[in-house]
Design a protein around this ligand. Sequence first.
Ligand SMILES: CSC[C@@H](O)[C@@H](O)C(=O)COP(=O)(O)O
Ligand SMILES: [Zn+2]
Length: 311
Amino acid sequence: MPSLKSFFSSSSSASSTPTAKPITEKKTVKEIPVSKKESSKMGCKCRSKKSEPVNEISVKEDSCCCSKQTAESSSTCCGSKNKESDSDDNNDSLVISSHPEHPANLICEFCKLFYNNGWVTGTGGGISVKKDDNIYLAPSGVQKERMLPTNIFVMSMNSKEYIRKPLNLKPSACTPLFMAAYTMRNAGACIHTHSQNAVMCTLLFDKVFEISSIEQIKALPKITEPGNMWYSDKLIIPIIENTEREEELETSLRKAIEEYPSATAVLVRRHGIYVWGETVWKAKIYNEAIDYLLELAVKMKQMGIPTVKEN
Ligand SMILES: CSC[C@@H](O)[C@@H](O)C(=O)COP(=O)(O)O
Ligand SMILES: [Zn+2]
């Protein structure tokens, strides 16, 4: 099996990996497209409105992607702006690949894994992966563990416009948050979970989560200098306040990223956590290591043990 490094450094399609099992979702996914004629009747060219559930992936009622389009602008409609997404196959080739480490395949695989950990459950949480100029994003409001590669959105990092948009789904509300990790930290992937360990720690700590002198800390990067943290280093993760809508977190998340240059994660009070890394695998490792430390911290607090060890 080719390595992630070889895949991510290659711009060619994964069809060049004949040993991998082909993915056939293109045939099995029943998408119910809204025709261009119908969409113009809606007063908006966005075709994500008035759509039906697909493969039991539910679509939020009255959803229209126009309300929250590109990651950094809320005024455009992806369906009407993007010629590629009007093509007959809706750029399916961007998400259908036999390569197991294609971002669309990895997003589906990780969401299943994260669901089993209780991190993305009841449609909460999500993940985004970057490959070359393309940002791959799980859709909004769906059972994330049941997603298929054909449910994945693709945005151009360069133009910040969708170059692939499933006809019956809407973009994740987490998109502006993921984009902050890409643009401010040059991340290769960003994971958002609703882990109860994360939520509990936001109730037990005030402005920042802190822990030191635990072996698992060594799995985390220093960020401001090369290499990983040491056992006795203090891990600090900023905590921002939750908002009614996910996308409204963007300003405070960006501020926290600026104020804590060593952070590879931001906790959201009573909500969850965003964790990013320079590759998808690093993001996964950091998320796992951090969740381990969050869980441990809850237990330490219960036992009255300080999470930061005094020398
Ligand atoms: C249980 S709904 C949770 C959402 O509002 C949000 O917090 C979230 O994590 C997922 O947003 P989504 O738009 O489905 O990608
Ligand atoms: Zn969330």
